[in-house]
Ligand binder design. Sequence first.
Ligand code: SF4
Ligand code: SF4
Length: 205
Amino acid sequence: MLVTKLKDKDTVRSLIAGKAFIINCHGCKEVGFPEKEADEFQKELAAEGKVTGVLTMDYICNPDNIALNLGLRKNEIDEADCVLVFSCGVGVQTVSSQLEDKRVYAACDTYAVPGGQGVTPLEFDCRQCGECYLNLTGGICPLTACSKGLVNGQCGGAKDGKCEVDPDMECGWERIQRRLAMVGRLDALRSPVQIRDYNNEVKAE
Ligand code: SF4
Ligand code: SF4
């Protein structure tokens, strides 16, 4: 079980330069999702004229499923300057990988809940760190795409684009830099990364 919580509304608003296309992931029984708050916030954004469309579906972490649905909503996505995803970190990364030339932002933070958790083989991984960095890293998770889980940039050990810890994998931070360059957000690398507040962990009930 894991839980998603909305990020601070003003923080999310500050990410939307013009209009956003919104994606909600419902239906995953593994994730506690703040449906009511998300719905209210999305209505506020729509009333402010900041929404081109809303897609609500199950399992956006299924690449074929999301690819099909993104294709069906292409016009509304093209009209938006960014895509705002209300899901756990895996969902945001899946959408981001499918819309490489689009700014894709996480509207939620993902927290682990101690106890049992299902195991689903997925292309992307989220460590449920409670302070999602994807908005600073182009939708690529630095905790799972970098062998050392660095959140402040590259360690300097990569050779020919490969990780110094695991030469079979691409350096996650080189991927992050390429992706930020692709969406015109290299400035994000200058943003100071907040030290994580480990008190944010959600306690088991
Ligand atoms: S930064 Fe990575 S581990 Fe943390 S919530 Fe986001 S996707 Fe999950
Ligand atoms: S080489 Fe890249 S992926 Fe590997 S530990 Fe260093 S920064 Fe992380």
